[in-house]
Design a protein around this ligand. Structure first.
Ligand code: SAH
Length: 378
């Protein structure tokens, strides 16, 4: 394996436990794509690999023995594997499991691999062989290619083909998923604890508004948790059919559950005009969005979503404010929320991070990208 002597800046981060390699710590492009051993002061600090991706130029890795890495990851998730009320969860999460650039999700009997750079993709056969040894119970697998390439972004990669759409369980609630249609699957698994809190206690008896609802997973969890009504808003036309399917598979009548295919900013105006109001508003936008009229970024514009929600929120109402923007810190997100509240006082009554199956690197706050605050207005 290539031996590479690194500078003190790169060494310091590795000693701290940060796995992602930052281009600024490798001036002069002294590395080449592939595995390397990183040395500082004649000492081996870590094994690593280089491959440019959206985040960084490579990863320091715990091991290159995939059987070992996958076995450790599987052992960590025993409680998920044994829980018959939940059949979808993450089983390998990048640097949280010792090897960045790859994640693996279980959806019932199938696995979904995500590849984040070109080098890890060259290791695919080795990784799939190891995976089938460690997870013989998985019947088939799909992949998502999450780096720039000419490859299809979604494909079947081994074993049995999954039905085009099928049902997984989470806390006993049914969700319809699809593993081979674009990058998304019908559900964002990292939000399972937030859906859990809606199901268990936050939603009962409440009128709920779900903004940026996608397939209305939060609304379904809320409805199953006894919500009086749910209203889901998303501008993607397809979201209506996918959302309705979620309600139907759980045996929920649609009378109390509405969908609006609409821009959320337009919806807020419409709701205020119609004097609609809600007990709980969920706001979970993409980090960046663009439509014909405007661009939206969580870091700069989230406050506007809060400001627009307040006039349609009942007294003592709650907001679930969520973002998965990795480069926005929790503190900066909270500042953005405060800006939205202006002079309106509020309490933070619950917070969420990534759940345990989305193992994070404890030394690197950026790897815990999910930030969710449950806020109550005073
Ligand atoms: N909250 C969802 C995930 C949201 S994904 C969940 O828990 O499953 C982001 C969604 O925002 C996409 O479905 C996209 O269509 C929608 N979206 C983006 N910009 C929008 C806008 N201005 N108004 C309404 N929906 C928007």
């Amino acid at each position: 394996m290539t031996k590479l002597t690194i500078n003190k800046y790169a060494a310091k981060k590795i000693v701290q436990g940060i796995a992602v390699l930052d281009a600024r710590d490798f001036p002069g492009n002294t590395y080449s794509e592939g595995f390397a051993e990183l040395y500082f002061d004649h000492q081996l600090l870590s094994q690593a690999y280089f491959s440019r991706q959206n985040k960084g130029i490579g990863w320091a890795v715990k091991s290159i023995d995939f059987i070992q890495l996958l076995t450790d990851a599987k052992n960590k998730r025993q409680s998920y594997a044994q829980d018959t009320a939940t059949t979808a969860y993450r089983v390998f999460n990048q640097d949280g499991d010792g090897f960045g650039g790859m994640s693996i999700d279980i959806y019932e009997d199938y696995a979904l691999f995500s590849w984040y750079n070109a080098f890890i993709y060259t290791l695919k056969n080795e990784i799939l062989t190891a995976f089938q040894i460690v997870f013989p119970e998985i019947l088939g697998a799909y992949e998502k290619v999450r780096f720039e390439s000419k490859l299809p972004i979604s494909s079947h990669i081994y074993g049995k083909m999954a039905p085009e759409k099928f049902i997984i369980l989470e806390n006993g609630v049914k969700y319809q998923v699809f593993l081979n249609d674009g990058l998304m699957t019908g559900i964002f698994l990292d939000q399972h604890e937030v859906r859990g809190t809606l199901l268990e206690h936050l939603a009962a008896g409440k009128d709920i508004l779900n903004l940026f609802s996608y397939t209305a997973a939060f609304s379904v969890a809320a409805a199953m948790g006894g919500a009086k009504s749910t209203t889901s808003v998303d501008l993607a036309k397809r979201s209506r059919e996918l959302s309705e399917a979620h309600f139907k598979v759980n045996g929920l009548a649609l009378d109390a559950h509405k969908f609006h295919i609409m821009d959320v900013f337009e919806y807020a105006k419409y709701a205020a005009r119609k004097k609609l109001s809600f007990d709980l508003i969920v706001i979970d936008p993409p980090s960046f969005a663009r439509n014909k009229k405007m661009t939206f970024s969580v870091a700069k514009d989230y406050h506007q979503l809060i400001a627009d929600a307040l006039p349609i929120l009942n007294r003592h109402g709650k907001i679930i404010a969520s973002t998965n923007h990795a480069r926005l810190s929790r503190a900066d997100f909270l500042d953005e929320l405060k800006k939205g509240f202006g002079t309106q006082k509020f309490d933070v009554i619950e917070t969420f991070h990534l759940p345990a199956d989305f193992a994070t690197n404890p030394s690197d706050p950026q790897s815990d990208y999910l930030k969710v605050f449950v806020l109550e207005v005073k």
